[in-house]
Every structure is written in C-alpha cells, then in structure tokens.
Design a protein around this ligand. Sequence first.
Ligand SMILES: [Zn+2]
Ligand SMILES: [Zn+2]
Length: 412
Amino acid sequence: MKKFTIESINNIENNPTDRQERISWWSQERLKNAKVMVVGAGAIGNETLKNLALIGIGNILIVDFDTISTSNLSRTVLFRKEDVGKKKAEVAAKRIKKMAFHDDIQVSWFHGDLVWELGTGIYEEMDLVLGCLDNVEARISINRQCWLSKTPWIDSGMYELGMRVEFYNPPNGPCYQCNLTPKQLENANKRYSCDQAKLKAFAEEKMPTTQITSAIVSGIQVQEAVKFLCSQKVEVGKKIYFQGKNNDFDIFSKQEDPHCTAHAEYPNVIPIPVNANHTLHEFLQLITKKEYSGKGASLDFRGDRTFVKTVSCRICFSEIRLMRPTFRISAEEFICSSCRLEGKFFSDTNSSVETVKVTQDIFNLENTDEELLHFTLNQIGIPFQHIVAVIDKEDNYAYYKLNNKETIFNKI
Ligand SMILES: [Zn+2]
Ligand SMILES: [Zn+2]
C-alpha cells in the first residue's frame, strides 16, 4: 500500500482547483478547454466574469458597448473609481486576467454593438453564451444568433431583489422569444426609429437593484454553466426564479411556440476564405465562381440588415448622402445640416411628407456602382465571421460563412 507522503499534501495545497475537483462529476479539463462568451459587463456580467475566472474557464470573450459610470461602482466587483469613463469590456478583461489562477487563460474583449456587429460565426465557435443584459432587444438578438448557430445560452435578469435564470439549448425546447408578449416585442424596438436608425436620445431604463441580487443571479447562472460544461443535467427551457424579498424559490416550465420566428436555422453553411476587410468586389468575384453560386449570383441583405445610399431631406428635399448601413446612422442624420442650422426639424414638417430613401439590399457585379464595389464588407455592414445569404440566378440560396479569421477582438 502506498504511504501518504508530505509531498502529496503539498500537491493538494499547490493545486488551486483541488476543492472543486473533489466534486465527483467535476471536469477541470473541460472547463479549461471551454469557450464562453459573456455578453454584457455590467452588474451581472462583473459577477459572472469573476466566477468564470475563479472556476478556471480557459477561454473567455467579453462583449459590451458601454463605458463605466460612477453609478456602476456599487455593483461591479471588477471596476474601481479610476476606471470611470473607460470601456467596460476592456477593464473587465484586464481584471479577470489578473484574477485567474492559471496564466494561460485566454481573455478577449470587444467594445461594440452586439446586435449588429457580432457575426453569427463567432457564436458558432462558442461552447456557451452567457447573457448578462438589461434589455429585451439585446436578448432577442442573442437568442436569434444562438438559434442560427445552435449555440446554447443562459439568460439572466433581475429586478429589485428578484431574479431569474433561463437555459436555452437550440434546436431543442422553447427559446427566449417563444414566451415574449407582443408588448415586450414592441418595447424591444424602442432604441430604434421605425427603420433601424439609432435614436440617440433614447434613455435606457434604470433598473432598481443591488449588488447582492447580481451576485445571486450570477452564482446560479455560472453554476448552470459549469453543470452543462461537465455534462450534468440542466433545466432546459425552464425559468429558475428567486424572489429575495420573501425567499420564494421556484422553477417554471416555459412553453414552446410552434410559430416562433426565432427558430430559424441555416440548411447548410459553406465556409469561404474571406473576411469582412475584403471588398464587396472581391467577395462577389469569389461567390460567382462556378464552384460557389455561379455567374450572376448576388449578396442578399433582405431580412438581415439594410444599406442606405442617400436620403432626401423632408424639408428642403435636397439629397443627403449617407452610404452606410442603417444601424450606423442616427435618426438626426436624416435631417440635412442646412435645415438643422435654420432650426427646422421633422416636427416642423407635415407628417405626410415621406422621406425618400434610396437603399440597396441586393448586391451583384452587374447592379452595384463601382464606388460601392470597393467598399469593404464591414463598411457595408457585415460583421466579421458573419454568415451571409447569396442568391443565384435560379433563386436558390446558399449561406456562406466568412471564415478567414482576421480577428476584431482585443486580446489581453
Ligand atoms: Zn421560440
Ligand atoms: Zn433640408
């Protein structure tokens, strides 16, 4: 029989994950190899990132478009007073890199709009996506992308001392959108005017809550994540609910809506050696080759995003050149600068006067201006590693993934 030696005691004490690895089903190896994207680095995101780093998740991508404000400081374990004004994703990435017990943890961050700037192919690479958000619109977008890429995701939410965690595992079971009311769907579009242009003045609702609640909700979210990554049973399509005010804990089943529009999936996706820094011309030249979609094939934006070439001022009817995807245009830009200088805005005009907008949503070598052909895919609004639809001359669709992985992420 092997004798217990001093050396083995040292080994135990030198292994930072010794205590968790004593759980019978635990697999530190799997957690180390896991790729997890955390969307939102606010109150819940801070707790979730701290938990992931301490538990030893090996590859973490942090996505957030916001900067740190003073009101964040009482709820964010990773942020300090001197961080006010800095990018949430970047600061969170630096702090968890320092906090992690192993040096080879891979932490990347992206400061940008997850709804429009995060390609479907990025979701596809993840083992799990953790939603740490405060708005329905962003959740709808994550949900749709996760369904398209068949990536599991765990949503979280809180209000005062109440919280919920929901696990979705596409293509099985209900999705986040299945249980939304028409009112919630309608509210989700408030950040945008009727045509996706950003309304700068729109103020996010400020949630009454505390750091304590974010710690609890994140604890449950990451615990579900760990169970899933170690192949343990998780509650798919159910709502784990805790109301801290009266300590009411419950699990609710969610119904699957057979008509839910979010359950889309690509029939098959063809990787192509292109990234979003290639020009539209280079892209079209490739996909019109006979081994892809053939002569006359077009990039088809319909249903995904729109590109605006020009718009006519509603007041003086002069033409305003925009040449940008709608999501990079703010609603004010639809008023020309000369009218704005004279103090004339939409509200001054007769609402029956429609803005005449020239958009383009089908791009091919025949119909696209020379100038636009030299735009990069990213300039026309396609994110890196996105999956794009191409329609050929016989109206057959093919779906191509921009597989040349020029990364847009910042590594720590
Ligand atoms: Zn659904
Ligand atoms: Zn004008």
